[in-house]
Ligand binder design. Structure first.
Ligand code: MN
Ligand code: MN
Length: 264
């Protein structure tokens, strides 16, 4: 079940992620509807697009609304596929998955307790998620930007951070196996598009060099897709895109759906 959250009012650098749901949908419609690798004809899957939530400025209100919408979808046995918007919205979804583990793709640790006086700033989402899920349940992949304050936070080690350097050194296949073995229960999967290399995903709010590759992300998704019960793509902004980021976001959704269809 797809829905968009056009919200970007806490973005600290480049705004525009409120425009991403429309851009990702437009790109998705331009993808081929069949993928022989997965053997999937995407229009035949039972996926509904609910459209977008009403645009609001208040982060707390948006997070609470996302929580309610995802609660309804979950109660109905549906898998939410949320198109952001900025990363703060993920907290609302995660509140519905207290029993799950979480995988985050992100350049940033997003581990601030509060930022600019707002605990629902997008730079705080990993900390908020830790408060919901508890220690040892969150795996954040692609990290390469963190403040000293976050790094020295006594709770920092309660999240398993795989830096992009570590992914480079050890390879995503090994890390995917490790997460698959260590994660307990089902998985909520959150993709901050800036986790990817800006060469592949330039249209993001806060780009950071030396990101993980789209192929690495695909590998991780292939490995974990059948355990995923909630999914989001956030922080993409069409205002800085050459078209490739929206297309990649759309393709990632196909890879998620296709991986679920494919046997082990
Ligand atoms: Mn983020
Ligand atoms: Mn980020």
């Amino acid at each position: 079940m797809v829905f968009g959250v056009p919200f970007d009012s806490t973005s600290s650098f480049r705004r525009g992620s409120r425009l991403a749901p429309a851009a990702i949908r437009y790109a998705y419609r331009n993808l081929e509807a069949f993928d022989p690798w997965y053997g999937t004809a995407f229009p035949e899957l039972s996926i509904t697009d609910l459209g977008d939530l009403t645009e609001e400025e208040d982060a707390r209100l948006v997070v609470d609304t996302v929580e309610s919408v995802v609660a309804l979808l979950k109660a109905d046995g549906k898998i939410p596929i949320m198109l952001g918007g900025e990363h703060s919205i993920t907290t609302g979804a995660v509140r519905n998955f207290k029993e799950c583990s979480m995988v985050i793709i992100d350049a940033h640790s997003d581990f601030r307790r509060s930022y600019f006086g707002n605990e629902h700033n997008h730079a705080c989402v990993t900390h908020r998620s830790l408060e919901i899920l508890g220690p040892g349940r969150i795996f954040s992949v692609g990290t390469r930007s963190t403040s000293r304050e976050e790094y020295e936070d006594p709770d920092y080690s309660k999240v398993i951070f795989y830096s992009s350097r570590e992914v480079d050194a050890r390879g995503m296949a090994k890390i995917a196996d490790e997460i698959d073995a260590a994660a307990k229960g089902k998985i909520y999967f959150s993709i901050d598009m800036d986790g990817l290399d800006p060469a592949e995903a330039p249209g993001v709010g806060t780009p950071e060099p030396y990101g993980i590759s789209a192929r690495g992300l695909r590998l991780l998704l292939n490995k974990l897709a059948r355990r995923i019960v909630g999914f989001d793509i956030v922080e993409m902004t069409p205002l800085y895109d050459n078209g490739n980021t929206a297309m990649l976001a759309a393709k990632i959704i196909q890879d998620f759906l296709g991986s679920r269809e494919q046997g082990e």
